[in-house]
Design a protein around this ligand. Structure first.
Ligand code: NAD
Ligand code: UGA
Length: 470
């Protein structure tokens, strides 16, 4: 029986390994993490992450060929294949701070693998890492290996949160990069044998290590670039009377462009797009390519612009002041069907409104009050792991934030409503009831273009959408 150990039981490690266990009953999969609370949650009825379909997969395999454990070294020692799926956040200090990826967690994991191993192993980079990381990891491992042989593979993950299980069941492709040597090719084949249990051969791409590492950063950069492109156009739509939905549709029907990922929004969030583009920018700068770095930097700049433009629009349209006005925030997660708030645009929007002295009342179906308070009151770079840390300071305008468990409660007596996550339930709310309970004039700022503007205007709302005529 092949044994797999995955270091890191997060948004990637947990779902990815659960699906491998489900599809490969003859493989034993152990997911390990240094966080006791995370592992305890994976072993409980309330999993540490909300992801549609995940509960069922975990229930089917847990205790059979899928295990979650804090005994990191023991399971690494026993494994034939070790996936490393630890976090690789943006560096906050020192060389490259604010751009480069912080590989501390990765390096610690690599040193530990070298330390405890007594048999040859395949080590798989699952985390998103800068191109050439495998070379550094190889060096660390071979210098500490005591005669044991390691083959490093790059197998970046392309799942998106909210659709992780269907993405893992039916990915567009699986990418495996390895050394172009007989040992490297053998390792690639071993990993290919795992995926080929459920993924057609033609979808498993193999490349050299550096192409695989770079393709992951490139894919995220391309995806984010599409959003920044359509968001940049949304501001022009607002200035000219064009409708961004119509423009997206017209542009996306060109088969060379394609219809997906062209939804204008308040801005993209999530733990990866910004981090990975900053990382790409840093790599370009380090390789003497400032023009290329500048090109990708614009994707982030437009995203920041889109978020601040949204706040400015709220304040400007509410007669240039939101001081002491109640603004309901519907949705705090960075997208629907997840409770993840890392880099969510809601943080910037709430902070912007609070800066203008508004009172915000927040409702999200999957985000806890604790999480929201941490997000609003901790410095952006003070933490990268929502579960471990507590807020460090209590700013004076904390009293201006309330977190409630119902959209109707959030909007009661409010002057304005900001929709910041495209949860399906926000489309089905009783907007007449909401309108009746709000102060007048009642404003809706739809940051996700989910409501029927005409219907809401008929009720009496003043509605602002992204990139649409008033
Ligand atoms: P995460 O923060 O949810 O999980 C990482 C886990 O690794 C944490 O639970 C942490 O405690 C654990 N960890 C850190 N160091 C460890 C060590 N030495 N030993 C054992 N456990 C350790 O992160 P994530 O969202 O799962 O992302 C992981 C990687 O995958 C990142 O590089 C990210 O860029 C990439 N990625 C993420 C997504 C996504 O949707 N979140 C998608 C594709 C790729
Ligand atoms: C993204 C990629 O889609 C995954 O392929 C990748 O594996 C992952 O990053 C990663 O490396 O972490 P994710 O961030 O989970 O996945 O979710 P997306 O669906 O890509 O959405 C990201 C953000 O863009 C969200 O805030 C979403 O609301 C926003 N978005 C997306 C738009 O504003 N418009 C769109 O048309 C699409």
């Amino acid at each position: 029986m092949v044994k797999i150990c995955c270091i890191g039981a997060g948004y990637v490690g947990g779902p990815t390994m659960a699906v491998i266990a489900l599809k490969c009953p003859s493989i034993e999969v152990v997911v390990v993490d240094i966080s006791k609370s995370r592992i305890a949650a994976w072993n409980s009825d309330k999993l540490p992450i909300y992801e549609p379909g995940l509960d069922e997969v975990v229930k089917k395999c847990r205790g059979k060929n899928l295990f979650f454990s804090t005994e990191v070294e023991k399971h690494v020692y026993e494994a034939d294949i070790v996936f490393v799926s630890v976090n690789t956040p943006t560096k906050t200090r020192g060389l490259g701070a604010g751009k480069a990826a912080d590989l501390t967690y990765w390096e610690n994991a690599a040193r530990m693998i070298a330390d405890v191993s007594k048999s040859d192993k395949i080590v798989v980079e699952k985390s998103t890492v800068p191109v050439k990381t495998a070379e550094a990891i190889e060096k660390i491992m071979t210098h500490n290996a005591k005669g044991i042989k390691f083959q490093i593979l790059s197998n970046p993950e392309f799942l998106a949160e909210g659709t992780a299980i269907q993405d893992l069941f039916n990915p567009d492709r699986v990418l495996i990069g390895g050394r172009e040597t007989p040992e490297g090719e053998k390792a690639i084949q071993t990993l290919k044998n795992v995926y080929s249990q459920w993924i057609p051969e033609g979808k498993i791409l193999t490349t050299n290590l550096w192409s695989a590492e770079l393709s992951k950063l490139a894919a995220n950069a391309f995806l984010a670039q599409r959003i920044s492109s359509v968001n940049a156009l949304s501001s022009l739509c607002e200035a000219t009377g064009a409708n961004v939905n119509q423009v997206s549709y017209a542009v996306g029907t060109d088969t060379r462009i394609g219809p997906k990922f062209l939804n204008a929004s308040v801005g993209f969030g999530g733990s990866c797009f910004q981090k990975d583009i900053l990382n790409l920018v840093y790599i370009c700068e380090c390789n003497g390519l400032p023009e290329v770095a500048e090109y990708w930097k614009q994707v982030i700049k437009i995203n920041d612009y889109q978020k601040s433009r949204f706040v400015n629009r709220v304040v400007a349209s509410m007669f240039n002041t939101v001081s002491n006005k109640k603004i309901a925030i519907l949705g705090f997660a960075f997208k629907k069907d997840t409770g993840d708030t890392r880099e969510t645009p809601a943080i910037d929007v709430c902070k912007g409104l609070l800066g203008d002295k508004a009172r915000v009342s927040i409702f999200d179906p999957q985000v806890t009050e604790d999480q929201i308070q941490r997000d609003l009151w901790m410095n952006k770079f003070d933490w990268d792991h929502p579960i471990h840390l507590q807020p460090t300071s209590t700013p004076s305008n904390e009293k201006n934030v309330s977190v409630v468990w119902d959209a109707y409660e959030a909007t009661k007596d409010a002057d304005g409503v900001c929709i910041l996550t495209e949860w399906d339930e926000f489309k089905k709310l009783d907007y007449q009831k909401i309108y009746d309970n709000m102060r007048k004039p009642a404003f809706v700022f739809d940051g996700r273009n989910v409501v029927d503007c005409d219907k809401l205007r008929e009720i009496g709302f003043i509605v602002y959408s992204i990139g649409k005529p008033l």
